[in-house]
Design a protein around this ligand. Structure first.
Ligand SMILES: O=P(O)(O)OC[C@H]1O[C@H](OP(=O)(O)O)[C@H](O)[C@@H]1O
Length: 313
């Protein structure tokens, strides 16, 4: 399917392209976008045997999974939807699974908001990094419950997603300040709690999130300020439980800087999109089933992705 112009495959190619170029971004949105693309694609496949249908859906899932390597919401959403293939009514179940994933993902974000907002006290200043729906849900819920809060948003170079967060919070009437990434330590004395999102949580409770998250966690630790990550259960990485590591996406260096011709071969650029925050710097993982300590990550993976053991061992 990869490079043909078959109309049926356009949905998948289009979703792959939009995720890769970050037109669709944010771990949760990516998960819902692939669920929706698989549903739409399955509806376009007509009059074929179940076996052939299965092959086409697996191929579509593989294409989607290859769009970006780090956010585990992507393969988790694909696998959740495609588990419908192992039933007597594969198409029907793919559609049901896709709808279920999209609904439960949105519900999880609002539950995380309710649970996480309990950790925020009236008068507090929250620092957040990048642009996370789950972290924003926590902040907005605290604000909507009448707490007088302030938020400091990091710019989040190179793609400046922090500006999206700042606009979303300012639109809610929240007292919002945007700072450059290198100003976190300067401002940390004013911060009461850090809340960020998650692209993946490993079985040993480490957080994989937007580049710069781990520096912020270190600074929060130094000041004894709680550092929390808001992560739906589908952001836990099932294969880390069997020893797989998570690939950190390196994006095009043009996102950072365009050098003058003279320096193009003289100055190297690197653009890793994510980093890893060790579990000892994380005070809690806010999930839709409660705030768990990082040490509880193994249990979440075992509870929600137990089949990984059966399939691989
Ligand atoms: O799912 P939600 O909470 O929206 O976002 C989770 C994370 O996804 C984003 O990645 P990118 O901007 O797609 O690279 C950020 O790293 C953010 O913290």
């Amino acid at each position: 399917m990869k490079h043909n112009n078959n109309n049926n495959s356009n949905t998948i190619i289009d979703a792959h392209k939009k995720i890769k170029n970050m037109e669709i971004r944010g771990a949760g949105r990516i998960g819902r976008a692939v669920a929706s693309a698989l549903k739409e694609y399955s509806l376009t496949i007509q009059n074929i045997e179940n076996n052939e249908f299965k092959e086409k859906m697996i191929e579509a899932g593989d294409i989607l999974k290859s769009a970006r390597p780090t956010a585990v919401s992507l393969p988790n959403a694909v696998n959740y939807v495609l588990s419908g293939l192992n039933t007597n009514n594969p198409k029907e179940n793919i559609i049901l699974n896709a709808e279920e994933f999209i609904k439960s993902s949105s519900e999880a974000t609002s539950k995380i908001g309710k649970i996480g907002s309990n950790r925020i006290k009236d008068g507090w200043t929250i620092l957040t990094h990048c642009n996370s729906e789950a972290a924003i849900s926590v902040i907005k819920t605290a604000h909507n419950s009448g707490k007088n809060i302030k938020v400091i948003c990091t710019e989040t170079r190179p793609r400046n997603q922090g500006y999206l967060t700042a606009k979303a919070l300012a639109d809610e009437g929240i007292d919002t300040t945007l700072i450059v990434d290198s100003a976190v330590r300067y401002h940390i004395k004013d911060v009461d709690i850090v809340v960020v999102g998650a692209d993946a949580i490993t079985s040993n409770g480490c957080l994989v999130n937007k580049i710069g998250s781990s520096q912020i966690a270190l600074m929060a630790y130094e000041r004894k300020i709680p550092f929390l990550t808001a992560a739906e259960t589908y952001k836990f990485h099932p294969k880390t439980i069997i020893g797989e590591t998570i690939e950190i996406e390196e994006r095009a260096v043009g996102e950072i800087h365009e050098f003058e011709e003279k320096y193009k071969d003289k100055i190297k650029l690197r653009n890793p999109a994510f980093d890893i925050t060790p579990s000892q710097y994380i005070d809690g993982i806010i999930t839709e089933i409660g705030i768990i300590p990082p040490q509880g990550a193994w249990h979440i993976i075992e509870k929600y992705f137990g089949n990984v053991f059966k399939e691989t061992l």
